[in-house]
Design a protein. Structure first.
Length: 204
């Protein structure tokens, strides 16, 4: 079974996450996509006033629930500590997931051989599917993909998909949850009064 893996803090999960997963699934014929919330991201700090790990998992569950191909996987939260992709891919392989596609964005591919732990091992364990965040990223992504194919024998697919320049930081700052997150996620944020303490947040 072909399985996509989309990790992130999901603080909160938004329409960009869902769109990326949909496009990669359709382009590569994936059977399912696992959305995996990070417990503690190793390269950045989760800002104060954020949702808890359990709340982030619940929002991902709500986002995935309407789709029979989408699934919350809380393996990193259950494992605890800093979340490293290579550890997660090993754990998924051990659990029987043997045809994995790691879904990444522009920044993640461009820093893959610089900032990631054991990038060669990640490239061995999974194909990389790249979704650009900006239309101007295409040439840089093509150049980087070619370099990684040459140096790491990486299997990389650049996905031709409409660009949705959206980040969780934008969602928290602007606060237009009904427009930027799936309806069940927006309702959960409102019901639990999440992200109310973030500065510069605009009101709907």
């Amino acid at each position: 079974m072909k399985t996509g893996v989309l990790g992130g803090t999901f603080n909160p999960p938004h329409n960009g996450h869902l769109a990326a997963a949909k496009h990669v699934r359709e382009a590569l014929g994936l059977d399912r996509v696992l959305f995996i919330p990070t417990n503690l991201p190793p390269h950045k700090k989760i800002p104060e006033g954020s949702a808890t790990a359990q709340q982030r998992c619940e929002m991902v569950r709500l986002m995935a629930e309407p789709y029979d191909w989408a699934e919350l996987c809380d393996i990193e939260v259950r494992r605890g500590g800093a979340s490293y992709t290579v550890d997660t891919l090993h754990a998924l392989h051990d659990a029987g997931y043997d045809d994995l596609t790691l879904i990444v964005g522009t920044d993640m591919l461009l820093t893959f051989d610089v900032c990631w732990r054991a990038p060669e091992e990640i490239a061995r364990l999974a194909r990389l599917a790249v979704v650009a965040r900006d239309v101007n990223d295409q040439q840089a992504l093509r150049d980087k993909a070619e370099l990684l194919r040459h140096t790491m024998n990486a299997k990389i697919s650049l996905i031709d998909a409409p660009v949705l320049p959206l980040s969780s930081t934008d969602v928290r700052r602007i606060g237009f949850f009904e427009q930027m997150t799936p309806p069940p996620v927006a309702a959960y944020i409102r019901e639990n009064r999440l992200y109310e303490k973030f500065p510069n947040k605009m009101t709907v």
